[in-house]
Design a protein around this ligand. Structure first.
Ligand SMILES: Cc1cc2nc3c(=O)[nH]c(=O)nc-3n(C[C@H](O)[C@H](O)[C@H](O)COP(=O)(O)OP(=O)(O)OC[C@H]3O[C@@H](n4cnc5c(N)ncnc54)[C@H](O)[C@@H]3O)c2cc1C
Length: 396
């Protein structure tokens, strides 16, 4: 066992840190204040290869392993969770699904443009009445002579208003429950496809979030990702990668909290000495460091399992649960270290708290992660009160 990064991984991390400091940090405050989705920054992320880092080079990616990908996401997440959301959604949920489940034509059509940032994609799983239980989704795909007609509503979809292609999960046969789900690659310019921005979010204000309406959207048979019945597997395999990405971004938040708090505690003086001189302030910083380091190790473990092709669903949930809850706790403590100054956006810590808060909700809430971990440990599915056969449809 070696806890040191290889030279290659260290370089990946350092390059990502420099990029984040140079290109992302200067924009963060204004974008957050103005709830502005920074499309130009999304293009820059693509230009440096951060939108499809683990995608194979022949499809426009960088062919990196998951550890390398996690290191990039940590640095982007330290700088800005809205930019990190672009990386996570585009890479793990959209490109990852297409690369894993797509036909050769679908990969060639979409992956190069998505990896370069020329086009953005979104992942349309959640609906107004289907969140933790996606098997109950109501968007309906009906067979037509030359393809499918899709109608329904999607809710809380990141990048919905800027995406050129949407992965839409739809039910082909309600009697089959999760076994009837299919996933379609739907161009957002299709007739009957419309979006609406969602505003008023606690955090992630510079991230685009929207509702999607599908009104008899016609797509050809070739738009399906995988086959009828694969939709649930497409969603769950994407979330396995997405959760790692969210967790890595949260390590970045924890690290940002440590850095900001150490700097502030050494600079700010009270009672004639720097705050860092007080044991109670050091205690807050020490606890942040423990959480950051533990979260990072859990992320690296999950990434390593993925890189070796070993089962990792429970370990990924452990990393996601711990890193996201730690990010919330670290950000809260970092505000405390900053006193009143931590409550306004002159320092990054109040944004860290607002942005961290959603990470315990999306890509499976903390409760869902605990149920996955508990199921793995006991072999008993406690996700729903129904029979195990039926419950295979929960967001696991
Ligand atoms: C900013 C933002 C961006 C998002 N981006 C996307 C996106 O790009 N694509 C997408 O498809 N979705 C996206 N989502 C949706 C997100 O994944 C869902 O909000 C999440 O899965 C939770 O679903 P819900 O909101 O319907 O909550 P619910 O499922 O209604 O859960 C509410 C509460 O009940 C608890 N609960 C539910 N079921 C159980 C159970 N079996 N046992 C114990 N407790 C339970 C939950 O843990 C939670 O505390 C986004 C959400 C937000 C806020």
């Amino acid at each position: 066992m070696d806890f040191e990064l290889s030279d290659e991984h260290r370089l990946i991390s350092e390059a990502a840190r420099e990029f984040a400091d140079r290109e992302i940090l200067p924009r963060v405050k204004e974008n957050d204040r103005n709830e502005r989705f920074d499309r130009e920054l999304a293009s820059k992320l693509g230009e440096v290869g951060y939108l499809g880092a683990p995608v194979a080079e022949e499809y426009g990616g960088r062919g990196l392993d998951y550890l390398g990908y996690s290191l990039i996401v940590e640095q982007v997440g330290r700088a800005d969770s809205a930019a990190r959301t672009v990386v996570s959604v585009q890479t793990s949920l959209v490109c990852g699904s297409i690369e894993r489940w797509g036909s050769e034509e679908q990969k060639r059509e979409w992956l190069p443009r998505l990896c370069s940032g020329e086009a953005l994609g979104c992942f349309g799983l959640t609906e107004p009445d289907a969140g933790s239980d996606p098997s109950s989704l109501r968007t309906r795909a009906t067979k037509t002579d030359d393809g499918w007609s899709i109608s329904g509503q999607k809710m809380w979809i990141s990048l919905a208003n800027y995406a050129e292609v949407a992965l839409i999960f739809a039910q082909t046969d309600p009697e089959l429950k999760h076994r009837g789900l299919a996933c379609f690659l739907v161009p957002t310019s299709s007739d009957g496809f419309s979006t609406q921005e969602i505003h008023g979010k606690l955090g992630l204000r510079a991230s685009d979030t929207g509702e999607i309406s599908l009104d008899d959207v016609e797509v050809p048979d070739e738009a399906m990702l995988g086959e009828v019945g694969d939709g649930f597997k497409v969603a769950m395999s994407s979330l396995d990668s997405g959760r790692l990405s969210v967790a890595a971004g949260c390590v970045g938040i924890c690290d940002g909290c440590v850095q900001a708090s150490v700097e502030y505690a050494k600079e700010r003086r009270q009672f004639g000495v720097p705050l860092a001189r007080f044991q109670l302030v050091q205690e807050m910083i020490a606890e942040m460091i423990v959480k950051r380091d533990a979260a990072r190790m859990l992320v690296w473990r999950a990434a390593d399992l993925k890189d070796r092709g070993l089962p990792n669903t429970a370990e990924t949930s452990v990393a996601k649960l711990y890193a996201t809850e730690s990010a919330v706790e670290c950000a809260n403590a970092a505000i405390q270290v900053h006193g009143g100054s931590g409550y306004v956006d002159d320092y990054p810590v109040e944004r860290y708290l607002r942005d961290a808060r959603v990470t315990t909700l999306y890509e499976g809430t903390s409760q869902i992660q605990k149920l996955i971990i508990g199921r793995d440990a006991t072999g008993i599915n406690a996700m729903t009160p129904m029979e195990a056969e039926e419950t295979a449809g929960a967001r696991s």
